[in-house]
Design a protein around this ligand. Sequence first.
Ligand code: HEM
Length: 319
Amino acid sequence: MSLPSSYFTLPARMKAPERAFPYLSRVGRGRKIFSILLFFQSLIVITGGIVRITGSGLGCPTWPECAEDSLTPSPEQLEDPLHIWIEFGNRLLTFVLALAAIVALGYAIRLIPNTRIRVLALLQFLGIIAQAILGGITVLTGLHPATVAAHFLLSILLISGALSLRQRVYGAAPAELLVSPLTRILSKALLLVGFTLIFLGTLVTGSGPHAGDLSSPRFSFDIRLISWLHADLLILFLGILFATIISIRLGELAPTRIRLQRLILILLLTSLAQGLIGYIQYFTGVPEILVIFHLLGAILVWLNLWNFYIAGNLSPVNP
Ligand code: HEM
């Protein structure tokens, strides 16, 4: 059967994973490090959220030291010990994350002769350094909401990179995937609106009650207005998501349909659950526990969105 000329081949060279990605035969069990890296990139967002909702953001009031002339908490510190250890624990997690990135980079350099994978691994390491510096700026600006938001959004980008890296190393790229132009356009729109939804979420947080410290500045947005804008974007997101589902069901050939349908359904379910948590937390005065669940939901939505998006876009790169 000849394919409609309007179809894109993604990309034409794509064959079975091992043929398309010759390096796959060389990656062994050690590739788990890339899953571990992804896990820690996600976990640090949650622990950052715990710092914020417990009001521990200035538990270590300076940076890079925790207290004056001390890299670790000092007995002379006046801050609440619980806040100190929550903030310091989060700082320590950065080192664990950096270690995972270094091991992943070393593994890629030694065993995976693929430039794109090595570049992605290097970007993970550089991104973590950038995050450490941005974290420092956040502390030194007294937890300004703009730097808190930037800190979160950079994590979102790092999570995308870590997921791309992991999927490449695991050969989770499609074998022969043909995607219609309509589904491609809708996936791009979904990604754009999804990112904007998350961006608006950070503005809601920056205008809301959980600043990370009682003395921290806040955005001057009307909390009701910005929350509703954020929620309205979810409606738009769901609209595009349903359009994408229809496009996949009616416009794609079987292999593409089966693969993308499964991924987009998981995305739909996580988005609906996340929306529900969002509304409940809004109407119940943003209780701390729901803020953490909403953060977790935001990460899951983004992971599923990015996974769906790259499913048809991972190109084989020969060494
Ligand atoms: C798929 C849907 C949604 C996603 C991906 C999402 C994502 C986010 C993100 C990333 C944040 C910022 C978290 C942070 O900076 O720590 C946030 C905050 C917030 N979102 Fe959503 N959200 C969604 C739906 C909703 C809905 C429907 C509502 C209902 C009004 C809502 C209400 C809120 C509120 C009140 C905050 C501020 C929480 C705080 O003070 O920490 N969200 N959201």
